[in-house]
Design a protein around this ligand. Structure first.
Ligand SMILES: Nc1ncnc2c1ncn2[C@@H]1O[C@H](COP(=O)(O)OP(=O)(O)OP(=O)(O)O)[C@@H](O)[C@H]1O
Length: 206
């Protein structure tokens, strides 16, 4: 089974990458859903308690708690789908990376998505999902929180890099390339890492 994990700072493009995967039939498992489910089980509103419950889970079950709870979801998504790959959105730390490598071996590919602070701030401002999206100080704090969890080191250990500083279409094309789907929507060897330095394939939308 090919499992593609994405890692990137807030606003780097992980959600867009997940949307591309879904559009080509690659199921997406969002690690944050594990936390949202735990919030609901504890009778808490995920919108308010998400961050705290993520910390509580790590304290109670170990630093790899969220990865460990995500693994059965990945296997289930793979079983239910005809696709050769599953995309996992939301890795934060090397402990989680190691947990996935242990579970999926060479089938696990970590994809780092990079975009500089100013660009992420601008894009999140446009996204405007909530108030924090347009708050520079909030973004700085989110960056720091994620870096504290080990996001920087996790980015450094990626198998494939995606530079998301160009157009949205160039990014989408590069994501399709990385998940092994060509511009016509045909699946190739989903999950095989491609040359990280390669230019996006370009061309029109599928
Ligand atoms: N290359 C791009 N050009 C223009 N807009 C982009 C590009 N890449 C991403 N975006 C937009 O930037 C915003 C942030 O991207 P996205 O939601 O994918 O980030 P994320 O990494 O999932 O962030 P978070 O961790 O906060 O959920 C979205 O509105 C997305 O559509």
């Amino acid at each position: 089974m090919n499992v593609i994990g994405t890692v990137g700072l807030p606003g780097s493009g992980k959600g867009e990458a997940a949307t591309v995967a879904e559009a080509v039939g690659v199921p997406v498992v969002v690690m944050g859903d594990v936390i949202r489910e735990e919030c609901r089980e504890r009778g808490l509103d995920p919108a308010e308690h998400h961050g705290r419950i993520a910390g509580v889970l790590r304290e109670e079950e170990g630093d790899d708690a969220i990865a460990a709870r995500t693994i059965p979801r990945i296997r289930e998504a793979a079983t239910e789908s005809d696709a050769d790959a599953v995309l996992v959105d939301g890795l934060r730390s090397t402990v989680e990376l190691e947990r996935f490598r242990e579970a999926f071996g060479d089938g696990f590919t970590l994809v780092a998505i990079h975009a500089p602070f100013e660009l992420r701030a601008e894009r999140l401002g446009d996204r405007g999902r909530d108030d924090s999206d347009s708050d520079l100080e909030a973004l700085r704090e989110r960056d720091e929180r994620e870096i504290d969890l080990g996001l920087d080191e996790t980015l450094e250990r990626a198998d494939v890099e995606i530079d998301n500083t160009g157009t949205l279409e160039a990014f989408r094309e590069r994501v399709r390339e990385v998940i092994g789907v060509d511009g016509d929507g045909d699946e190739e060897a989903a999950g095989e890492p491609t040359d990280p330095d390669a230019e996006p394939a370009g061309g029109g939308r599928p």
